[in-house]
Design a protein around this ligand. Structure first.
Ligand SMILES: C[S@@+](CC[C@H](N)C(=O)[O-])C[C@H]1O[C@@H](n2cnc3c(N)ncnc32)[C@H](O)[C@@H]1O
Length: 306
């Protein structure tokens, strides 16, 4: 593997993040922001990708690339430098990213990334009726502790509490590790369908469904590029889309809004504060109404209705 890196001023970090995700076509889980000298990442989780804290005089943006050619393409397009990862470096970062304690989502869900703890956590939480979902750290976005995912999980929990168990289905656009689709099943969805353009994410999401013993008839993960080869053939009462702003704006009129049922709820996340107004303008154009905004660091998530 190779890493591309570029040092930028903290106030330009959002701009470069957006450039890499849109013009660069970089999958978000491959992009991280770290402190330059010393290299200690703040709040960084490789599986989660982004960090929120960009305090200090300089920050370093890094993109993890499977091939040297991809890293060189980034240098040509955005400047910066590239180097080969040392043996074991990526694995060590993955290991150091493990969450020490499970993440509590409301009173009904715990998210752990320790498969070996799953049986014990389930036994410990059985009396309270709290479900336990295990999403091991892997190179697909979404272990739960990243702000954009955590906000989606909390909004999903709130929506699920308003709906009768087993009466609603979820569509998860940009499913990554499958965390939102799998969480929805625990929170009361009858079924969930997750879509992602990255084949590795789709494989990981399927493995996570098996690990958590969630029946294939209730959850489906498919590979699809939402910009190119997917159109809804039905509507869903609940949709989650933790993507980046540019993609959300492009998908809202043609994919997201047509897929939402008349009385449906939509959760949008992955929106940088500096891009929130643009996303909300696209939301209004698509005939949707803002019901709730969640804020974590420089990230925003929205709960919307038609
Ligand atoms: C920020 S991650 C969200 C993962 C997970 N849903 C969560 O909330 O943690 C966004 C995901 O969208 C996928 N993605 C990006 N562009 C896409 C596209 N055009 N079509 C489908 N999926 C896409 C990425 O591969 C990535 O797994």
């Amino acid at each position: 593997m190779h890493v591309w890196k570029k040092i930028v001023a903290p106030q330009r970090a959002d701009f470069w993040t957006a450039q890499l995700l849109t013009a660069g076509g970089i999958a978000p889980e491959r992009l991280v922001t770290v402190q330059p000298a010393g290299g200690s990442p703040f709040g960084w989780n490789p599986a989660a990708g982004f960090v929120e804290n960009v305090a200090g005089s300089r920050v370093r943006l890094e993109v993890y690339c499977e091939r040297a050619s991809e890293a060189r393409r980034l240098v040509r397009a955005f400047g910066g430098q590239t180097r080969a990862l040392r043996p074991g470096e990526w694995e060590r970062w993955l290991a150091s990213s493990a969450i020490d304690r499970p993440l509590a989502i409301g009173r009904r869900l715990l998210v752990s990334n320790q498969p070996e703890e799953l049986a014990r956590l389930r036994a410990d939480n059985a009396p309270s009726g709290r479900a336990v979902l295990c999403i091991p750290a892997a190179m697909a976005f979404g272990t739960g502790e990243h702000a954009t995912t955590a906000m989606c999980l909390r909004l999903l929990d709130a929506i699920a509490r308003e709906r009768r168990r087993g009466t609603w289905d979820l569509l998860d656009l940009g499913t990554g590790s499958g965390i939102l689709a799998l969480a929805a099943l625990h929170l009361g969805a009858r079924s969930a369908h997750g879509l992602d353009s990255d084949p590795h994410a789709v494989r990981t999401a399927r493995e996570n469904a098996r690990l958590n013993g969630l029946a294939p008839r209730r959850v489906r993960f498919s590979r699809a590029d939402l910009l190119r080869d997917w159109q809804p053939d039905r509507t869903w009462p609940v949709i989650t889309a933790n993507l980046f702003s540019d993609l959300l704006i492009r998908l809202l009129p043609k994919v997201i809004a047509p897929a939402l049922a008349d009385d449906g709820y939509l959760i949008l996340s992955g929106v940088l504060a500096s891009q929130a107004d643009e996303v909300l303008a696209a939301v209004a154009d698509a005939g949707l109404t803002l019901r709730e905004t969640k804020r974590r660091g420089r990230w925003r998530a929205f709960r919307l209705r038609r």
